[in-house]
Design a protein around this ligand. Structure first.
Ligand code: PEP
Length: 248
């Protein structure tokens, strides 16, 4: 069997409950569970329950929240807590996506708190790290990614549920993708840094940033990649079914 791979779909602010249900019904008709392949869906929070229902307990699939607060309850208007998203079926939480970091000013400190809270709640954190174009051009990719990893690593006691996504900010939604070599190099760096934190298991590291049907095979040909996190190319059920079905 080839190595296990995770295909994560980040729908961002698209697909309300009716559209999300329609997506999953079509996707269900096009695909069957495959050994070693995990399918993760991150719908908008209002569609989490609809996606869970439409997946109907499908064993290879799981649903996640795109963002959570670290507090379990309280006066945090507009925020969602882990108990709330868990109640509607989320089992994973995306943490520190670059749009949260850069559009909403989420700090390394907040990302660390969220990771700690997700683990405490018994969910899987999918933690995103990645440099901006300016940071890359300034030769600071390594420094930034290491800082982002360090900021949440200190909150983790048990690494078993943790999954990381390397998403260079300049590649998200831009049509520019890191080359397989560039991606693999940063994945190696992240793994090396995890080793410095005493992590002795293979934490899955996904790549994200303009992944599509045309480039996914070349990326996944690098064994440093344990899957992909996909925005734009995950919004259409036929295209997503095709993408997750491509195996080298
Ligand atoms: C993302 O949202 O995490 C992402 C990688 O988006 P896109 O695939 O559209 O670049």
């Amino acid at each position: 069997m080839s190595r296990p791979l995770i295909y994560a779909a980040n729908w961002k602010m698209h697909l309300g409950p009716a559209a999300a249900r329609g997506f999953i019904e079509r996707f269900q008709a096009l695909t069957r569970p495959e050994e070693g392949r995990r399918l993760w869906f991150f719908p908008p929070a209002v569609s989490i329950a609809a996606v869970c229902e439409a997946l109907d307990g499908r064993a290879d699939a799981a649903v996640g929240a795109q963002n959570v607060h670290w507090e379990a309850k309280g006066a945090f208007t507009g925020e969602l807590s882990l108990p709330l998203v868990t109640e509607v079926g989320a089992r994973i939480a995306l943490v520190g996506h670059s749009e949260r970091r850069h559009l909403y000013g989420e700090t390394d400190e907040q990302v660390g708190r969220k990771v700690g809270a997700v683990l405490k709640a018994g969910l899987t954190p999918l933690v995103c790290v990645g440099e901006t174009l300016a940071e890359r051009d300034a030769g600071r990719t390594e420094q930034v990614v290491v800082r982002q990893v360090d900021a949440f690593a200190e909150r983790v006691r048990d690494w078993e549920p943790v999954v990381i996504a390397y998403e260079p900010v300049w590649a998200i939604g831009t049509g520019k993708t890191a080359t397989p070599d560039d991606a693999a190099q940063v994945h190696q760096l992240i793994r090396f840094q995890l080793g410095r934190h005493g992590v002795d298991r293979r934490v899955p590291i996904l790549y994200g940033g303009s992944v599509n049907q045309g480039n996914v095979l070349a990326l996944l040909a690098r064994e440093e990649l344990d899957g992909v996190l996909v925005g734009g190319a995950s919004l259409d059920p036929d295209g997503w079914a095709e993408l997750v079905g491509l195996r080298g």
